[in-house]
Design a protein around this ligand. Sequence first.
Ligand code: TXA
Ligand code: MG
Length: 318
Amino acid sequence: MATIGVDIDVAKAILEQGGLVAIPTETVYGLAGNAFDIDAVAKIFKTKDRPTFDPLIVHVDSFERLSEFTEELPDKAVQLTKVFWPGPLTILLKRKAVISDLVTAGLETVAVRMPRHELTRELLKSLNFPLAAPSANPFGYISPTTAQHVQQQLGDKIEYILDGGDCRVGVESTIVSFEDEVPKVLRLGGISVEEIEQVIGKVEVNSHSSSQPQAPGMLKSHYAPKKKIISIEDFDEGMNDLSACGFLRFNKPDHRFLLENQIILSESENLNEAAKNLFGSLRALDQNPNINIIVVSFVPELGLGRAINDRLRRATAK
Ligand code: TXA
Ligand code: MG
């Protein structure tokens, strides 16, 4: 089992020796290693069982650090980072050669973000390299939003989990690319499309192509629990033992079904609260021994609701 603690010096020492540490961010926990150390980066892929065609996000605490490994930011990227950094926004930038092909899966761009969580910011400040960090879950499974979630799944593979409490946002960062004239959202996430468009105008949302995943959180089937999971639209009441069904609901229970098997994301219909509760709730249903199938209903398609529905669609995709 990994040690769970709040000691930045311990985390720093492990990272400086080329090891991995799970770190808290405001979105989800990350599995971090030295982005300039190819062996550390290789360990990240191995620990997560992640295919190497799926590139990593590099985390920084300053623009000075960023400029060590990326070319200049396009204007719209500058505008977005002014408003949303530190925070749940990832941007794709042209990379310099110090970043290995392993980090970017051979792409000419590197994904970067400046996280807001205080503990991780302090850690980043103490290091003289940036941190490559995918979500700290086995590839394809639900992302972790507490230190205990990380422990459950990667605890036997890593030494230390930096405990920053519950993640405040609860879904991953929004990924934006500036390669074309109109910027593209490649993954819906913690900053809503509406918020982005208020700053830089119209963007394209292109998070659903599954044939050639450009941002492979774009892979169709992802964020999935181990149990069978299905959307309420596809659920056949007659074909299932309802007492063994778990339900993930938005604002209120469905009285046709057992109350104790239902989890409500936000009674007050607050989409931010729903996002914060999403992954933990899916996990709880997945671990509930009285449930053998998870039925989910979608939330309103606006604000963070789009990011939530995106995760639910992928979780229920075959
Ligand atoms: O909120 C987050 O972004 C969390 C925390 C830990 O920062 N990290 C995270 O990382 O969600 P991960 O590895 O689970 O998802 C990163 C996504 C992947 O879908 C990957 O394909 C995409 O970013 N990505 C990375 N580099 C890319 C690039 N150069 N071009 C397109 N997509 C890229
Ligand atoms: Mg992930």
